[in-house]
Design a binder for this molecule. Structure first.
Ligand SMILES: *Cc1c(COP(=O)(O)O)cnc(C)c1O
Length: 242
């Protein structure tokens, strides 16, 4: 058995174990295999095990992969954008990606709505939330949101504005936890994001069904805290080549 196939088997076993702990069903979890900087061959191999969602973070790299893979498979996979998008690149996103996990400003959301409407497609989006307060992370500022009313008011207003935009389906929130060796250290971040989602749903009377959280080192903790999409890369494909 190849390494990728083997890795995916391990991943599925771990997902089942985390779901067991949390009293959830593995059917609730979508694996978004982060394939950035890995060759098409690796993606095709992962598809043979049944994975149908892939995450990339560059437009040009994705365009190359999408057209080449489309020529080799019967059922097209779903492509997820997980990297920062410069506003001037927003027009390339709808039609190429099904879902964007990294919407980090109202300005970008407006650009994506405009280009999705122009392309006559509905784009699934996640709002990227900076919950850890790390300056290096992008996303809407929600650091210590329970304690800061003005911060909350600003965020609620931004979310309202984005939900009202046409051609976008706001699925929920995404976050990136600080990098570290101890997955337990990320638990409070994931728990906080789930609580933020629940609060926004109540306050704004909206439905935000999904949480995109958990990467190779912490997806089990993320599942225990309510993730519905996880984003492992290295755990499936190994170390990236740059
Ligand atoms: C690269 C990346 C991942 C995957 O990271 P791994 O540590 O390889 O699992 C997940 N999410 C985002 C947003 C990324 O940029």
């Amino acid at each position: 058995m190849s390494i990728i196939t083997d890795n995916i088997e391990t991943l599925r076993r771990n997902i089942a174990a985390a779901c067991q702990t949390a009293g959830r069903s593995p059917d609730e979890i979508t694996i978004v295999a982060i394939s950035k900087r890995h060759p098409e061959q690796a993606i095709l191999e992962a598809m043979q095990t049944g994975l149908m969602h892939f995450g990339e973070n560059r437009v040009a790299e994705t365009q190359d992969k999408v057209s080449s893979i489309a020529a080799q498979v019967e059922t097209l996979p779903n492509w997820h954008m997980v990297g920062h998008i410069q506003s001037r690149k927003a027009k390339h996103i709808p039609g190429l990606f099904d879902t964007v996990h990294s919407v980090d400003s109202v300005k970008l959301a407006k650009k994506l709505a405009q280009s999705s409407a122009n392309a006559n497609v509905i784009l699934n989006i996640f709002l990227e939330i900076n919950i850890s307060g790390e300056a290096s992370k992008s996303g809407f500022d929600a650091y210590q949101w329970t304690q800061h009313k003005t911060k909350r008011d600003t965020l609620w207003q931004q979310i309202r504005e984005i939900i009202a935009l046409p051609a976008l389906n706001v699925q929920g929130f995404m976050t990136m936890a600080p990098h570290g060796d101890n997955p337990e250290a990320t638990r409070p971040i994931f728990r906080d994001l789930a609580m933020l989602r629940d609060t926004v749903q109540d306050d704004l009377s909206v439905t935000l069904p999904d949480l995109s959280m958990g990467m190779s080192n912490d997806y089990m903790v993320a599942i225990e805290e309510g993730a519905t999409l996880i984003r492992p890369g290295t755990a499936i494909f190994g170390t990236r080549q740059y």
